[in-house]
Design a protein around this ligand. Structure first.
Ligand code: ATR
Length: 305
């Protein structure tokens, strides 16, 4: 099976699908994209629901989104997922963008309708569901600290918290200057969420984190072997809810530290799952792919895939 396609493979239907049982109708677009877990959950859902479509990985160079969208429309694709670094470009090249995706500042799900290319963001809502499922709480009224709030995932999650009516948002980033414009944009939405920006070096960081209910790592710190925990033990207390958007490794240094401090912890696999389920439902609104996608993901992650 071909692992990664490029725009040069999007020539004709015959060339794209020769040797396959099902036509390629959905894709994840990224750069790089070979590591993407999305096909591992979407294809089993398509197969289980009897949908005649193949979900492929499509490597798209920076700047290549408009060309890729145009070719996919011509070939009759249903839609696509968009991942790093294309989520901002995808928003710019949709005809219509869901209002929440505009606030989140990024599009990760696209549907090629006959009359328009429509963009959505399921990262934020997927995070909200992951928190509800993992910790049994809703974001409304919650006090949340987001570490790494200046990155793409951080912006989506912080915006989701504000949209969902979190009581307080403590936005933490290594470089403080990225947070000002984001807070200004969130305030423009009329959100009543109290917002505070802090650098990772700020002397009040621990005190501010201790005043929160939920601590989220949205930075890339913890992905690489030998990475430290993004937050120190002083920022964590028993009973804290601690979510790491990283799922590989399954127990990051932050989650290990949090567990040792008596916090409740959860990793990013649940957000990956729920953003995928919500994307699938944008393409196939009547479907319920949750359990098949959950099983596929847990099987492939326990198999080291
Ligand atoms: P993006 O998600 O936009 O591609 P990224 O480069 O992957 O961005 O970084 C995601 C987040 O991880 C950012 O908040 C980044 O902090 P800066 O905005 O200050 O760059 C954070 N991050 C990455 N490496 C870090 C480190 N060593 N220490 C602290 N934060 C780090």
């Amino acid at each position: 099976m071909k692992q990664v396609y490029t725009i040069h493979d999007l020539t004709t239907r015959d060339a794209l699908d020769s040797g396959f049982e099902k036509p390629a109708k959905l894709a994840v677009l990224g750069w790089p994209v070979a590591h993407s877990a999305s096909p591992r959950m979407h294809q089993p859902a398509l197969d289980k629901l009897g949908i005649d479509a193949r979900y492929i990985r499509l490597e798209v160079e920076p700047g290549g989104i408009p060309g890729a969208f145009a070719r996919m429309r011509e070939l009759g694709f249903i839609g696509c997922n968009v991942t790093v670094p294309h989520k901002f470009d995808a928003l710019a090249h949709c005809d219509e963008v869901h209002p929440d995706a505009l606030v989140l500042g990024a599009v990760n799900t696209v549907r090629f309708d006959a009359d328009a290319t429509r963009g959505f963001n399921t990262d934020g809502p997927g995070f909200a569901r992951a928190i509800e499922e993992g910790f049994g709480v809703s974001l409304a009224g919650l006090r949340v600290a987001v570490a790494g709030a200046g990155g793409g995932a951080g912006q989506a999650i912080a915006s989701q918290c504000a949209l969902a009516g979190a009581a307080r948002l403590v936005l933490v980033n290594r470089s403080l200057e990225k947070l000002g414009p984001m807070i200004a944009k969130l305030r423009e939405t009329g959100s009543a969420t109290e917002m505070l920006a802090l650098s990772l070096e700020d002397s009040s960081l621990a005190e501010q984190c201790l005043e929160c209910d939920l601590i989220v790592n949205t930075s890339s710190v913890g992905l690489k072997e030998g990475d430290p925990s993004i937050l120190t033990a002083a920022c964590l207390k028993p009973g804290h809810l601690v979510y790491d958007t990283i799922y590989q490794p399954p127990v990051t240094p932050l989650l290990a530290l949090a567990a040792s401090r008596g916090c409740r912890t959860s990793n990013g696999l649940s957000m990956l799952l729920h953003q995928g389920v919500l994307a699938f439902r944008h393409w196939f609104p009547q479907s319920d792919p949750l359990e098949v996608m959950r099983a596929a993901l847990s099987h492939s992650s326990s198999a080291g895939g």
